[in-house]
Write a protein that binds this ligand. Structure first.
Ligand SMILES: [Cu+2]
Length: 331
């Protein structure tokens, strides 16, 4: 048996751990956007409502079992059942329902006209992202979304295969992504920082390995980022990188991947024009470094079950190193 002191220490540690889990880049309880803020408040009110109902029930049970064991008067018992069983739940649940419904119009309202428009397509198991480029032409990116601080963003969501669900818990509610239908979600980030988005609808073997990086920054910084992302890839500057660039084309990577400014123009997989600058690989589930590039190229299946990219384990290690160096240079 553990002593009461040890037990309370364990309890405190568990509570601290629980509280720590409420913070971080992917917490609906640590809101950094208008929608998430409303939802976090709704959660607190629902939790308090549930706690009140639960405490009342416990009190009634104790009362029934311990305190009031004498024979009951039938009329008072009927009142008790009617009040506790029908009236109180109806009042509490109606109040919560009305409050919850009143939040809806704001949560589903479209972003004001002129807001930055970002199109995101869910694919097994990554995210195709499209922005209007500085020259008005669409720029295709992947697995990373930048949103303007203090402004609305107008997200257009759809899917290329099965139903996915787009969710940035820190910024707002989730919304399903359907093949053949475009859904609209408005997000209003209120705190700059880096967050994590996830797929919230089970979509196959690697559903849990389908994340994306979210950066909330002032509009000017976002425009600089977008201008850079819109540019074609810089030619490699090292001999190893140059060898990698040639191998990228020779080994057929360009059949599925585009690197703008080169003959590689595939659209089946994520755009790799600036893959070296992304906050993570394999749809933001792995670190972005040369070692991970090499592992991804030779055996992606072991990093992401069911991945729709063939393994290139037959390549000589020197070629893999060159490819990795090239991809890392794609800043
Ligand atoms: Cu998914």
């Amino acid at each position: 048996m553990c002593s009461p002191a040890a037990r309370s220490r364990t309890l405190l540690a568990a509570l601290a751990l629980g509280a720590a889990a409420c913070r971080g880049p992917q917490s609906a309880l640590d809101p950094a956007g208008r929608g998430a803020d409303r939802i976090a408040t709704l959660f607190t009110i629902m939790a308090v409502g549930a706690a009140v109902v639960w405490l009342a029930m416990v009190a009634l049970t104790v009362f029934a079992v311990r305190v009031h064991a004498a024979p009951r008067v039938e009329r008072r018992t009927a009142l008790f059942i009617l009040g506790g069983g029908a009236l109180v739940p109806t009042v509490v649940l109606t109040a919560l329902l009305v409050y919850g419904l009143a939040l809806l119009p704001e949560l589903v309202a479209p972003a004001p006209a002129g807001s930055l428009r970002v199109a995101v397509t869910g694919e097994q198991w990554w995210w195709r992202v499209r922005y209007p480029g500085p020259d008005g032409r669409t720029v295709e990116l992947a697995n990373e979304v930048h949103l303007p601080l203090g402004q609305a963003a107008d997200l257009r969501l759809d899917s290329a295969d099965v139903i996915h669900s787009f969710w940035i818990p820190s910024l707002g509610g989730k919304l399903d992504m359907f093949p053949g239908r475009t859904s609209r979600l408005a997000l209003w980030p209120t705190r700059a920082g880096r967050y994590r988005g996830v797929c919230a609808e089970y979509c196959g073997a690697s559903h849990a390995l389908m994340a994306f990086a979210v950066v909330v920054e002032p509009r000017a910084a976002l425009d600089r980022w977008l201008a850079h992302q819109s540019e074609p890839a810089r030619p490699p500057t090292t001999p190893l990188g140059a060898r990698g660039a040639a191998l990228f084309l020779a080994d057929g990577c360009g059949a599925c991947h585009a690197v703008r400014g080169t003959p590689a123009a595939g659209t089946l997989g994520p755009d790799l024009t600036h893959v070296g600058s992304r906050h993570g690989l394999g749809a933001a589930t792995l670190p972005n470094d040369a070692g991970t590039f090499a592992r991804w190229i030779t055996h992606p299946e072991s990093l992401k079950p069911g991945v729709h990219m063939p393994a290139f384990g037959m390549l000589p290690p020197a070629d893999v190193r060159a490819l990795a160096a090239y991809l890392e240079e794609l800043q």
